[in-house]
Design a protein. Structure first.
Length: 256
């Protein structure tokens, strides 16, 4: 199905409409005035492994509703532990291309402790331009090997990436070339315990506003090269980057 993008272009969305009764896998809230269904948290089938699809719209009692993602904590704008209730069962997560994230300010702990999760596909219209907090977003996803961030995964307003990929033990390669880190102030433990990474290219990472980098690469035992750009890479004082390279395969960065 073709839908209209934010700039008027047509977008193919293979997950435009959910199958009948797919909404029952979610804790959700309906807004009849806006004609939206807000997905609060995934419930799923506790008796089986889950390949989760977050559809762009759902039919509830013969009426179609556009999908929004919840402010899961009252008045905070947090998408907190969205998949935690069925986290141990989830194997893959795929998002449709027309999901509304406009009211979400934080994705902290969104996939945290989904320890059987192997693949995430954010699609091509996953707009995160309002997000400021990605703390521990993928923390504890120890089997995660692939993330497709798509074309609109926008980190330009994010300030907190603390422990974002902590304990993602199965990544051998992590392409973060689309990340804009110019406003990030906290990267403590961002890649801690990513034990399978061998080379990281962070040459586009702008850390001139950074304040905390403690344990950023701690226990990345296989990591031997970290590429950065001298003009935009800045490290805080020793106190605020304590244990940055403890038990890492390298104890410094390499200017590219």
């Amino acid at each position: 199905m073709k839908l209209w993008g934010k700039d008027g272009e047509k977008i193919d969305d293979p997950y435009a409409v959910a199958p009948v009764d797919a909404y029952t896998e979610w804790n959700y809230t309906l807004n009849e005035g806006e004609n939206t269904i807000t997905l609060n948290s995934f419930i799923g089938n506790v008796n089986s492994s889950e390949n989760v699809i977050v559809y762009s719209s759902y039919e509830v009692r013969n009426k179609r509703y556009r999908t929004k993602i919840a402010n899961n904590t009252t008045n905070s704008g947090n998408n907190y532990y969205m998949f935690a209730s069925a986290g141990s069962k989830i194997v893959t997560v795929t998002f449709g291309n027309q999901i509304d994230f406009s009211t979400v300010k934080s994705m902290s702990y969104m996939f945290s402790a989904c320890y059987n999760l192997t693949n995430i596909n954010f699609g091509n219209n996953f707009n995160t331009s309002n997000i400021t907090n990605m703390c521990s977003m993928f923390s504890g996803c120890s089997k995660l090997t692939s993330i497709n961030f798509g074309d609109n995964f926008d980190t330009s307003n994010v300030t907190d990436m603390n422990s974002m990929f902590n304990n993602c033990q199965s990544f051998t390669n992590l392409n973060l070339s689309s990340f804009n880190t110019s406003n990030v102030t906290i990267m403590n433990g961002m890649f801690m315990d990513c034990q399978s990474l061998t080379i990281m290219d962070l040459s586009h990472f702008d850390t001139r506003n950074i304040k905390h980098m403690g344990g950023m690469f701690r226990n990345c035992k296989a990591l031997t090269i970290i590429y950065v750009s001298e003009s935009i890479w800045k490290e805080p004082t020793e106190y605020y980057k304590k244990d940055m390279f403890t038990n890492c395969g390298t104890n410094t960065v390499t200017y590219k």
